[in-house]
Design a protein around this ligand. Structure first.
Ligand code: G1P
Length: 295
């Protein structure tokens, strides 16, 4: 049976970004650059590589820069064209390839990731869709994680989420899955999922990292998901119900994950992406070597 590709990807970008204040006081954390590209653009490129054509941004106050980033920059483009800066013009125009449609919806209150996804419902409709959390940056070469999830969904029709093994002491920072017996494969059937368990309560050390493909049933489940002790509707809780009803798979992806929601993760990503940058890499490596010698 052939299933349609994942046509729509949702980007929850309404978070306050408090860990990066004051940088994120007036501009979204998803616009923080890794070298020369904002985090959200890496996420968007991953979605498009996986076949997405409609990008749904669930935004909040102070997020207008995101809409501007994916809009046409008329004055800038005219200026670059007049100065004959074709390379830069191509870069600016390439931010949003032809045929890709961006839509925006506001999450008026910070009521959690599940609530943010539910805000996208009128724009997604009754179709399976992807979710990417832009501050989970994953470098996976020419097979980005969303593409791998989309292939799995096409083969099985089941929801599928990405996970990675973390230090057991860190489970309280993530959703954590319980899987069927270890099969030696990268995909597993998920038996249960819990949000941010203490290490002693965690069913495993496989943590959910911000990539999901979900069937539209998740919307109905989110509508009846009770808020947690902080008043937030957790996506994890609705996924727990989806596991019981339809089955959910997880993928232990191959690739390097940078938690760009933390300063250290953000700096790690910056260093690695700078070292791999075609124009900067060699000079930056030399700079780091010099520093090491003089330190
Ligand atoms: C969210 C999810 C969590 C997931 C994490 C991945 O948590 O609720 O299940 O593991 O993203 O980054 P947050 O980081 O928004 O607290």
């Amino acid at each position: 049976m052939t299933r349609s590709a994942i046509e729509t990807v949702v980007f929850p970008v309404a978070g306050l970004g408090t860990r990066f204040l004051p940088a994120t006081k007036a501009s979204p954390k998803e616009m923080l650059p890794i070298v020369d590209k904002p985090l959200i653009q890496y996420a968007v490129e991953e979605a498009i590589a996986a076949g997405a054509r409609t990008l749904v941004f669930v935004t909040g106050r102070t997020k207008r820069a995101l809409e501007d980033h994916f809009d046409m920059a008329y004055e800038l483009e005219t200026e670059l064209a007049q100065r004959g800066k074709q390379d830069l013009l191509d870069t600016v125009r390439g931010v949003l390839p032809e045929g890709i449609h961006c839509v925006y919806v506001r999450q008026r209150e910070a009521l959690g990731l599940g609530h943010a996804v539910l805000c996208a419902r009128p724009l997604v409709g009754d179709k399976p869709f992807g979710v990417i959390l832009a501050d989970d940056l994953i470098e996976a070469g020419d097979r980005p994680v969303m593409m791998q999830l989309a292939e799995r969904y096409a083969a099985t029709g089941r929801s599928v989420i990405s996970v990675e093994a973390v230090e057991p002491s860190r489970t309280q920072h993530y959703g954590v899955v319980d899987i069927e017996a270890e099969s030696g494969e990268r995909f597993h059937s998920v038996r249960g999922i819990v949000e941010k368990p203490a290490p002693e309560d965690a069913p495993s050390n496989l943590a959910v990292v911000g990539r999901y493909i979900l069937t539209p049933r998740i919307f109905q489940l989110l509508e009846t998901t009770a808020p947690d002790h902080r008043g937030e509707i957790q996506l994890t809780d609705a996924i727990a119900s989806l596991i019981d009803e339809q089955g959910v798979d997880c993928l232990e992806f191959e690739g390097t994950h940078y938690d760009c929601g933390s300063k250290l993760g953000y700096l790690r990503a910056t260093v690695d992406y700078a070292l791999n940058h075609p124009e900067l890499g060699a000079d930056f490596a030399a700079f780091l070597r010099d520093r090491e010698v003089s330190a």
